[in-house]
Design a protein around this ligand. Structure first.
Ligand SMILES: Cc1cc2nc3c(=O)[nH]c(=O)nc-3n(C[C@H](O)[C@H](O)[C@H](O)COP(=O)(O)OP(=O)(O)OC[C@H]3O[C@@H](n4cnc5c(N)ncnc54)[C@H](O)[C@@H]3O)c2cc1C
Length: 386
């Protein structure tokens, strides 16, 4: 199998790389991240003008309907500088897919062209305070019929980008008496702001440019036309929309590793000890070689999962493996990078600590690596983990 990028893909990578250098170099990324909970909308507008949000939207609705490999390239290149910022694109793209796959024609025509143009952002509000892994056991948010529409009441946790989003894609129990706990759940597009809706940022370790939020819903009115997909089948339908999420997350982690390696090579080449660049010390070279090995592993696994997805072949096992290897690898690489920079690795004036803080999330979300390992084992035929 040949995972070499085509000429067209290489040209696209260069376009994104140039854009990042020009619009969001690491110095700016560092500064933006310090503005906690304040999403840099001016930068999003530049992304929109570059046409990046259109990549996640089908061509018939004004998007570019990009293939998986193009999306992987975009995600990786953006994450080289600022992982936190780029995930806003990823989340909106998954919400776009949910609407495209399952929404009514009217909803698609209303929402998708706006998403493609970058005028709209959507955040995902699935996780609840009682748990994200056992989300079906924890799901308490309820949707009740009210005045010919719906009223949503409940609480969500960690909705990333909610403060910067004009809609929240909320999962709520619409038929509490359903026999199976995966049934009786619907997807709603909740306008933000709305009466009865409160969004509050949760202070967090990394990804700070992109606030993750607690959501409080108290009888929030949602009209029928903002129900996404088949009523009471929201759980099953949202799963089909986020099936490729692990591949894009792995690509994001590849981008973080790229940033780590770049900075490690640059710093160890110019930092001197005992009259020579520290890059001449064998122990330093081993650390750098370890980062490069992680980069190659993560890249190959991510590209293979993307390639299978593009071929229309099953890719679940490969996506799970890519996500775990790339996220564990990114954390390890950034940790090694901190060591290579010595005291400056611990300083907020360099990016290594930020790479580590950003990468650490992807061992936890959207699914923890423990649970993803369980899924890998089950795909190999092992019993369902208890
Ligand atoms: C910064 C951030 C951003 C996020 N963004 C979003 C978002 O935009 N939208 C959204 O809906 N959610 C979001 N999440 C939520 C995320 O998906 C959950 O945090 C994740 O699913 C884990 O759920 P939990 O935090 O409730 O951990 P828990 O489910 O409480 O897990 C606690 C521990 O138990 C382990 N565990 C649980 N069950 C098992 C099992 N069966 N086998 C082995 N180990 C198990 C877990 O691995 C973990 O170590 C975000 C989270 C964070 C931290």
């Amino acid at each position: 199998v040949d995972f070499e990028l085509t000429d067209e893909q290489r040209a696209f990578r260069q376009v994104v790389r140039d854009w990042v250098e020009r619009e969001c170099p690491k110095e700016l990324a560092r500064e933006l991240e310090a503005r906690e909970h304040e999403y840099p909308l001016e930068l999003w507008d530049k992304m929109a003008r570059a046409g990046f949000p259109a990549l996640g939207v089908a061509a018939e609705y004004g998007g570019q309907g990009a293939d998986m490999m193009t999306a992987v390239i975009l995600q990786r290149e953006l994450a080289r500088s600022l992982a936190g910022l780029t995930w806003m694109w990823g989340i909106s793209a998954f919400c776009a897919k949910a609407i495209w796959l399952h929404g009514s024609d009217a909803l698609k025509s209303r929402i998708l062209p706006e998403l493609a143009a970058g005028r709209l952002r959507i955040a995902m509000a699935v996780t609840e305070p009682d748990g994200g892994t056992d989300i079906l056991g924890a799901l308490r948010t309820r949707a009740e019929r009210r005045n010919g529409g719906w009223a949503l009441t409940g609480r969500k946790m960690w909705s990333t980008g909610a403060m910067a989003a004009q809609y929240l894609l909320v999962l709520a129990r619409s038929a509490p008496a359903a026999e199976k706990r995966s049934d009786g759940i619907s997807m709603f597009l909740v306008p933000n702001p709305s009466a009865g809706l409160q969004v509050a940022p949760i202070p967090k370790l990394g990804m700070r440019a992109l606030a993750s939020c607690s959501i409080f819903l108290d009888e929030v009115p949602v009209p029928d036309e903002l129900v996404v997909g088949t009523l009471h089948q929201g759980w099953h339908e949202i799963m089909t929309a986020i099936d490729a999420e692990r591949i894009l997350l792995a690509a994001l982690c590849c981008g973080i590793i790229d940033g780590v390696l770049e900075d490690a090579l640059q710093y160890t080449g110019q930092r001197h000890a005992f009259g020579r660049p520290v890059a001449q010390f064998q122990a330093v070279q081993h650390h750098v070689a370890n980062i490069a090995m992680v980069q190659h592993q993560a890249e190959l696994l991510t590209y293979r999962a993307a390639w299978l997805c593009e071929q229309g072949r099953p890719f679940g096992l490969e996506a799970d493996i890519a996500k775990v290897v790339a996220s564990d690898g990114a954390v390890r690489a950034a940790d090694t990078g901190i060591q290579l920079l010595g005291g400056m690795g611990y300083s907020l004036e360099t990016d290594m600590q930020r790479y580590w803080r950003d990468a650490r999330l992807f061992q936890i979300g959207p699914l923890t690596n423990e649970v993803t390992r369980n899924m890998i084992a089950q795909r190999l035929g092992m019993p369902r983990s208890r």
